[in-house]
Design a protein around this ligand. Sequence first.
Ligand SMILES: Cc1ncc(C[n+]2csc(CCOP(=O)(O)OP(=O)(O)O)c2C)c(N)n1
Length: 349
Amino acid sequence: MAASKSGKKSGKAAKARKAAAKPNHPPAFTKEEELRALRDMLLIRRFEEKAGQLYGMGHIGGFLHLYIGQEAVATGVFMARREQDHVITSYRCHAQELLAGADPKAVMAELTGRLPGVSKGKGGSMHMFHVAGNFWGGHGIVGAQVPIGTGLAFAASYSGENAACFTFFGEGAANQGQVYESFNMAALWKLPVIYVIENNRYAMGTEIHRATAKAEELFMRGAAFGIPGEQVDGMDVRAVKDAAERALQHVLSGEGPIILEMQTYRYRGHSMSDPAKYRSREEVQKMRQEHDPIEQVKRRLLEAGWATEEDIKAVDADVRKVVAEAADFATSAEQPPEKELWRDVYAEY
Ligand SMILES: Cc1ncc(C[n+]2csc(CCOP(=O)(O)OP(=O)(O)O)c2C)c(N)n1
């Protein structure tokens, strides 16, 4: 009896799994949306490329985790989110910082450790915030942002704000205990939190199947708490925006949290010190050639006759100018004076 009952249930569950994992057929973008996605993703990519160069030239110290390849995830989410919605992420945070509205000059100056940087040059690459844009960082401890993001959703719900929190974390972080404690509370209190798992397939040098049970079903990780999930093509900005919009509606209607598993890929090493020997050059090349999020938008713009090659080049040139100015600013701005060393720093003895 028990066996047939559970058999029935698992049949249903298998159906639900299949439905949630089926490839998205996202609604088409308007011309304006395609152009916005192009500009935003190009800004992230050119900014990151420049940051990589500055690191190589010795202008940036400490850690530097680049987002190149993953641009569609942050961009699509920010196209869906409203100004009052909160965002929080890991150390791989420059894209969210820029999309939240931080000045690229101040973001680059943070990377070079200068006084006009967004954290006065004391946070560096991993600790960036833009409170005016409801972006709450930038966290170096893997998974630490998940309970904080859940807390932001709790605060929004407790104070009756019409706001949700997009909480980004990697597939490596998805194996952490604090993630499930957060899931439990969020489900219990029906908090408006959207858990965005950025599954880029590698946690530092560890390929997902080496560290993760049921690696194909990260979007089901909330099942025990009754949290629904969906797998999304994270290389297609339209699919990301569509899923994020539907997720936002879900959490705002009081139904509790939801999980979006964004299937994406990072082209560069985990951080600048990673030679990425755990995967082949061909694998990276294949992703770039077949799935690049920026190339997808370019192709659609050209095919629809909404932009010419020249138009696209002009957007790129414009973005490159913004980034070049940011780099000039960041390499010539004032260094923090010694008296800044202990200001805004919490230290306990
Ligand atoms: C608690 C903790 N453990 C280990 C580390 C070292 N560490 C930094 S990033 C990382 C991998 C995380 O991978 P993932 O969550 O998939 O995110 P990704 O870097 O791919 O964006 C590890 C183990 C850390 N920063 N914090």
